[in-house]
Design a protein around this ligand. Structure first.
Ligand code: ATP
Ligand code: MG
Length: 362
């Protein structure tokens, strides 16, 4: 069987440059290599509702925003199936069965869930659905027989949880599910892009994002106000590159040819970093360079978005068609799962005949 991709995003806001380097850019490349038999890209609205139950309108409004971001980065409905999680009821059913294979203490140990609980101030009032979302993510991945999940580093514990569920399921019910592999960005800075405020992760929920759809001026304002090395006060001061978001963004986005084009005094990022460390290089100069690099990356994305924004019914049509295709695939997997779990009573003529025979001869 060929390789299959499943990945997605929560419709809790527009997508940002952290999503781009952590997952979106890679997806588009993989979609275009032709190495994958199928590519499934999911808008995880049901998962978004697990911590936004009281704000369904937010989730509803952001479905189309995420879809617009997908199309504008180059995800192509002719090559990738773009779909909406809640429209595939089979995923919920799989989740229900997988819940029996996971313990509460195992979920409590998940470091990403732990930090997300802290971030959302849930403390003791954690919604059960939110607590179980790693299980529902296992359903999303396995429903499509995904072999490959291209995501950022924060998803590592989720994929590990999925692998455990697959192994458990297969050992109890026989070989049924495919064990997926995580595909992390090669570039360390892209594993978890920090926020413009210097916080560990750029995240829709933290409001520290540069969005793919931000206009030119907004991008520059955000870069201009970006956190850098707080001890680099005067241009002549030596500066710190490590943990400095401006340099981490350059690690993630800049390419050698950008120097020739926008900052010819330096041959490479290493040279620029060395100068910053030595002192004598001002933040504004580095930020202007980052701005040039980011604007170059974002300009074509923005332009495509403007086109798709003119035809919202088309965007919904893409999602509807994709959801139909996705449901077909998930239904096949669910049937396989139910057969393995022996909960396929009505399609099992032998079972009915055997029991009929038993009662006849009793
Ligand atoms: P939320 O705050 O609602 O969870 P989010 O910004 O974390 O939103 P998700 O939809 O949870 O975004 O994540 C979608 C994908 O983007 C995942 O693969 C995740 O690993 C990746 N991702 C999210 N933020 C970053 C980041 N800052 N750097 C790299 N990858 C990221
Ligand atoms: Mg997240």
């Amino acid at each position: 069987m060929g390789k299959i991709i499943l990945t997605g995003d929560r419709p809790t806001g527009r997508l940002h440059v952290g999503h781009y380097v952590g997952s979106l850019r890679r997806r588009v490349e993989l979609q275009n290599t032709g190495d994958f038999e199928k590519v499934f890209i999911m808008i995880a609205d049901a998962q978004a509702l697990t911590d936004n139950a009281d704000n369904p309108e937010k989730v509803r409004q952001n479905v189309v925003e995420v879809a617009l971001d997908y199309l504008s980065v180059g995800l192509d409905p002719a090559k990738s199936t773009l779909f909406v999680q809640s429209q595939i009821p089979e995923l919920t059913e799989l989740t229900f069965y997988y819940m029996n294979l996971v313990t509460v203490s195992r979920l409590q140990r998940n470091p990403t869930v732990k930090s997300e609980i802290a971030m959302r101030n849930f403390e003791t009032s954690i919604p059960v659905g939110f607590f179980c979302y790693p299980i529902s993510q296992a359903a999303d991945i396995t429903a499509f027989d995904a072999t490959t999940v291209p995501v950022g580093e924060d998803q590592e514990p989720m994929i590990e949880q999925t692998r455990e569920i697959v192994r458990k399921f297969n050992s109890v019910y026989g070989d049924t599910l495919v064990e997926p592999e995580i595909l992390l960005p090669d570039n360390a800075a892209c594993l978890r892009l920090p926020g413009t405020d210097g916080k560990a992760k750029m995240s829709k929920s933290l409001g520290n994002c540069i969005y793919l759809s931000d206009d030119e001026d907004t991008v520059w304002q955000k870069i201009r106000n970006m956190f850098t090395d707080p001890n680099h006060l005067r241009v002549s001061d030596p500066g710190k590159v490590e943990g400095n978001p401006v340099f981490l963004y350059l690690d993630a986005f800049s390419r050698p040819e950008h120097f020739a084009e926008y900052l010819p005094d330096y041959a490479s990022l290493d040279e620029l970093k060395d100068h910053y460390r030595r002192g004598g290089l001002g933040d504004v100069k580095v930020k202007k360079f980052l701005n040039a690099v980011l604007q170059e990356t974002l300009a074509p994305i923005r332009a495509r978005r403007a086109q798709y924004e003119k035809d919202i019914p088309y965007v919904y049509e893409v999602l509807k068609k994709g959801s139909e295709t996705a449901e077909e695939q998930a239904a096949n997997t669910l049937a396989r799962v139910k057969r393995a779990m022996k909960i396929n009573y009505f399609e099992d003529a032998a079972l009915i005949a055997e029991q009929a025979e038993f009662y006849k001869t009793k």
